[in-house]
Design a protein around this ligand. Structure first.
Ligand SMILES: [Zn+2]
Ligand SMILES: [Zn+2]
Length: 593
C-alpha cells in the first residue's frame, strides 16, 4: 500500500453499496461527443473575454457591485473600494466613483461594510473526498479539537455515557505526536468495557482499540500477521496492547462500525465538507489523487452544487482511466463539461511521512541510522514520469524527504527537460528540500507546494525529535523560493492537517510552531504578499487555471473570500484567527457567516 499523505481504508469495495467504483453513483457512460460540444461552447464563451464581448459593448451594466470595503485584487496591485461583476465574471475593479457608470436599476449592490475582499483562496492539495468521509462520518478527536490528553479522554468518556451500551465509539484524526503518545488497550478499557472503541490515528495507518473491540472483531490473543501486512501491537507482557497497524488489520474493525456508504451519503458528505471548507475561506480545492477516474463524471455533476470549485489529479495507477477525458482535451485545468470541476495532472506518491520517519532522506533521521525509504527507485520513477509526459500531462510527485526530491527532479528533468509545455510539474510537500534543490527546481521550471502546517504543528518535533535544529530550520523553505524567484504554493493536505488557508499564511510569515510557541527557521519566513500569492494566483497557476482564477482582474471569474479584518492591518500571528465572513464562487454567495 502507498505510504503517503492519505490512507486508503475508505477506498475499499466493502464500504460502498455497489462497490467503490459507484461511490458517487454510476457514470452514465464515457464522455460523449455531445458533451464535448457543450464543453467547447462553454469554454469558447468563457475565453471571449469581457472587452471583446459584444454583450458588454452593448450593455455596460453590472449585475453586481460590491463596495464600501478594502478590496485587494492581487498582492502588489492597488487597493480599491469597489468591484463590478457581470455574467459571473469581473467587469471592473476601481474606486466606487469610477465604477458608478456601471450601475443600472438592475444592479445588485452589496455593502462590504468595511470588510476586506480578497481573490478566492485556494487549497491546492486537499484530499476532498477522503476528508469528507473522515470528517463527516467519524468523530474528529484530533489536536485541533482536543489540545490535551485529559480533554480527549474526558470527551471519549462523555461519548460512552451518551452512547447505548454495545454501540461503537469511533474517533478519527488522533495525533499521537501531539496528544500524549500512543493509546493502549488498557487506557481505552478505562473509558469503557461496555462499548467497542476504535481510535484512528491521523497518519491513517494505525488505530488503537479496546478489549471489547478486539472481542467483536474476533481477534484471538495469538493472532499473527494478516494478509496485506496488517498486524497487531503487543505490550512488554506479550499480550495485545490494542494498537492496530495497517489497512487489512483496521478493516477487521471498520466493517463493524462503518455502514454501507450509498451515493446519497457520499454526495451529502462531500457537500457538507465543501460548505465547511467555504467557512474557512476556500473557494477552490484540489483533490490530489484520492479520486478514482470512475468518479469523475458523477463528481463533475455534483460540483455545481458545492460551496467550492473543485479540481483533481488521479493517481498514476489510474492514469489510463483518464483516456476518454484526455480525448476531449481535458486534464490541463479546463472545467469538465460545463461544471465547476477540473482535472489537472497525475499524482505519484514518492515516499512516506517525516512524522513516521518514512520520508526518504539522504542523511539519517536524528539519533537513528534510518534514512527512510522511497516508494520507487530512480529508474522506476523515471519510467513512470515519462509515461505521464507521454500522456501530455504534468506530474505532481509527493516527496517529503530530500532523497525523494532528488530522484523526482531527475525523473522530471529526464522527461520534460525544463519544458512547461505540459503545465507546471509540482513537488508536493517538498518538506525537506535542500537549498541546491530549490535552485534546481527553478532551473527545471518545477514548483514546490508546501504543507505549511508542518511548521505550525510539528516544527518543534522536527527540531527536537526528528531532524535536529539545523535541518528543521530549512523545513518547508518558502523563503529560499522567494530569494530564488521560484513560485511556490501552500496547502493543508486535509485531513492530514486542519483545513483553512489563513493559518498557512500566518505560519509562512511567523514560522511559529504553536505547540511550544517557538519559531522554527525564521530565515524561511515570507512577506504577507508572498504568502497570499501562494494561496491565490500561484496556486491557480499550478492548477492551470490562472487565466480564470487567482486574482481579481477584468474577465476573470468572480470568486471572492471576504474577511472580517484586513490581514494587512493585524499582526501576522492574528491572521490565523481572522473570521471568514463570506465566500463567493462565480458571483454566487456560497458561504455567509
Ligand atoms: Zn502527500
Ligand atoms: Zn496529500
Amino acid at each position: 500500500m502507498c505510504r503517503g499523505c492519505f490512507n486508503q481504508l475508505f477506498l475499499r469495495d466493502e464500504f460502498y453499496s455497489g462497490g467503490m467504483a459507484g461511490m458517487l453513483g454510476k457514470a452514465a457512460g464515457m464522455p460523449t461527443r455531445r458533451a464535448f460540444m457543450a464543453y467547447s461552447v462553454a469554454s469558447a464563451s468563457a475565453l471571449t473575454g469581457v472587452g471583446a464581448s459584444p454583450v458588454f459593448a452593448a450593455d455596460q451594466g453590472a449585475d453586481l457591485i460590491l463596495r464600501g470595503g478594502t478590496i485587494r485584487p492581487l498582492p502588489g496591485a492597488p487597493v480599491v473600494s469597489a468591484i463590478a461583476v457581470k455574467g459571473g465574471k469581473v467587469l471592473a475593479v476601481g474606486d466606487e466613483s469610477a465604477l458608478s457608470g456601471l450601475k443600472t436599476g438592475e444592479t445588485k449592490v452589496v455593502d462590504l461594510d468595511g470588510r476586506t475582499l480578497l481573490p478566492g483562496l485556494i487549497d491546492p492539495h486537499n484530499h476532498t473526498i477522503l476528508a469528507s468521509l473522515i470528517f463527516e462520518l467519524l468523530d474528529d478527536v484530533g489536536y485541533a479539537k482536543f489540545r490535551t490528553r485529559d480533554k480527549l479522554v474526558a470527551h471519549l468518556k462523555q461519548e460512552a455515557a451518551d452512547t447505548p451500551k454495545g454501540q461503537w465509539i469511533v474517533g478519527s484524526n488522533f495525533d499521537n505526536l501531539l496528544q500524549g503518545g500512543d493509546f493502549t488497550r488498557a487506557e481505552l478499557d478505562l473509558i469503557s468495557t461496555e462499548h467497542p472503541i476504535f481510535v484512528w490515528y491521523t497518519n491513517g495507518h494505525d488505530a488503537c482499540v479496546n478489549s471489547e473491540a478486539l472481542k467483536i472483531a474476533g481477534i484471538p490473543e495469538d493472532v499473527g500477521e494478516l494478509p496485506g501486512g496488517g498486524h497487531f501491537g503487543r505490550g512488554a507482557d506479550g499480550k495485545l496492547n490494542g494498537i492496530v497497524y495497517e489497512e487489512s488489520a483496521m478493516l477487521k474493525f471498520a466493517v463493524h462500525f462503518l455502514g454501507k456508504i450509498t451515493p446519497d451519503i457520499a454526495a451529502k458528505t462531500v457537500t457538507d465538507y465543501c460548505r465547511h471548507m467555504g467557512s474557512v475561506g476556500n473557494t477552490l480545492l484540489h483533490e490530489p489523487g484520492t479520486i478514482r477516474s470512475e468518479w469523475i463524471e458523477p463528481f463533475a455533476k455534483l460540483s455545481n452544487t458545492l460551496a467550492c470549485r473543485t479540481s483533481a489529479s488521479v493517481m498514476f495507477d489510474d492514469m489510463k482511466g483518464l483516456t476518454p477525458w484526455r480525448s476531449l482535451g481535458l486534464g490541463r485545468g479546463a472545467p469538465v463539461d460545463n461544471s465547476l470541476f477540473s482535472l489537472c495532472g497525475v499524482k505519484i506518491v514518492g515516499d512516506g511521512s517525516n512524522q513516521t520517519q518514512t520520508g526518504a532522506q539522504t542523511r539519517p533521521y536524528l539519533n537513528s541510522t534510518s534514512k527512510g525509504s522511497p516508494n520507487f527507485d530512480g529508474a522506476r520513477l523515471k519510467g513512470m514520469v515519462a509515461e505521464v509526459k507521454a500522456f501530455g500531462l504534468p506530474v505532481q510527485i509527493h516527496c517529503n524527504g530530500d532523497y525523494t526530491v532528488d530522484v523526482a527532479l531527475d525523473a522530471i528533468e529526464s522527461a520534460y527537460a525544463g519544458s512547461t509545455d505540459f503545465g507546471v510539474n509540482r513537488i508536493e510537500h517538498s518538506t525537506m528540500a535542500r537549498p541546491d534543490q530549490i535552485l534546481r527546481m527553478k532551473m527545471l521550471n518545477v514548483q514546490p507546494s508546501f504543507l505549511m502546517n508542518h511548521v505550525r504543528f510539528y516544527g518543534a518535533a522536527y527540531r527536537d525529535q526528528i531532524f535536529g535544529p539545523e535541518r528543521a530550520a530549512f523545513m518547508d523553505p518558502a523563503g529560499a523560493c522567494v530569494k530564488a524567484g521560484l513560485p511556490f504554493t501552500m496547502h493543508t493536505d486535509a485531513p492530514c492537517s486542519p483545513p483553512g488557508p489563513l493559518a498557512l499564511i500566518s505560519t509562512a510569515m511567523t514560522r511559529r510552531c504553536i505547540i511550544d510557541n517557538s519559531v522554527v527557521g525564521l530565515d524561511q519566513a515570507v512577506s504577507l504578499d508572498d504568502a497570499i500569492r501562494a494561496v491565490t494566483i500561484d496556486a491557480a497557476r499550478q492548477l492551470e487555471q490562472s487565466d480564470r482564477l487567482g486574482s481579481l482582474e477584468k474577465g476573470k471569474e468572480a470568486d471572492f473570500t471576504i474577511l472580517e479584518s484586513d490581514p494587512y492591518k493585524v499582526s501576522p500571528d492574528a491572521i490565523a484567527d481572522i473570521k471568514v465572513s463570506e465566500t463567493w464562487v462565480a458571483a454566487e454567495r456560497k458561504f455567509a457567516a
